[in-house]
Design a protein around this ligand. Structure first.
Ligand code: RP5
Length: 164
């Protein structure tokens, strides 16, 4: 249902969070290495066949001169959720700026540097628009994270707070 692609195996340490989120929500996915620069023909065939293979969106992570998400979006109107990856001396800012400034007509939803988890959550949210089961699981996920914050015992971690 969702394709996860990344420019290199070295991106997997970041992109595995997207895999984890899709697993948690029971969303079927495929995961593939596709490089805009090293395997441009594979990028084209991947994007051309994506819809026929049943994909409803593509989460694309890339570092450096990160053309993968934009080129996928150029080749298919499926939603592309981009994850800029911290992979070079420029700490991911290079990837972010490469990805985020898409020209009008070819949008890419760009997430935080190394933000694969939120990219996957957003993909799940879009699938949930037409899926009551997924929507319910998202509501439960939000409630659980709220409860986790409320249950955090700050006193145990830093000692009792002093009145001002
Ligand atoms: C990009 O270049 C990849 O997405 C990766 O983040 C970066 C470095 O790739 P490797 O040299 O580690 O294969 O294309």
């Amino acid at each position: 249902m969702i394709g996860i692609v990344m420019g290199s195996l070295s991106d997997y340490k970041v992109m595995m969070k997207a895999e984890e989120v899709l697993c948690e929500f029971g969303v079927p996915y495929e995961i593939t290495i596709v490089s805009a620069h090293r395997t441009p023909d594979l990028l084209f065939s991947y994007a051309d066949s994506a819809r026929h293979r049943g994909l409803k969106g593509i989460i694309a992570g890339a570092g450096g001169s990160a053309h993968l998400p934009g080129m996928l979006a150029a080749k298919t109107p499926l939603p592309v959720y981009a994850v800029p990856i911290k992979a070079t001396c420029l700490d991911g800012l290079d990837s972010l700026l490469s990805i985020v400034q898409m020209p009008y007509g070819v949008p890419v939803a760009t997430f935080a540097i190394d933000g694969a988890g939120n990219a996957a959550l957003f993909a799940v949210q879009q699938l949930a628009v037409d899926d009551d089961r997924l929507f319910k699981r998202l509501v439960e996920f939000r409630l659980a994270q709220t409860q986790k914050v409320l249950d955090t015992k700050l006193v145990a971690a830093v000692g009792p707070l002093q009145p001002c």
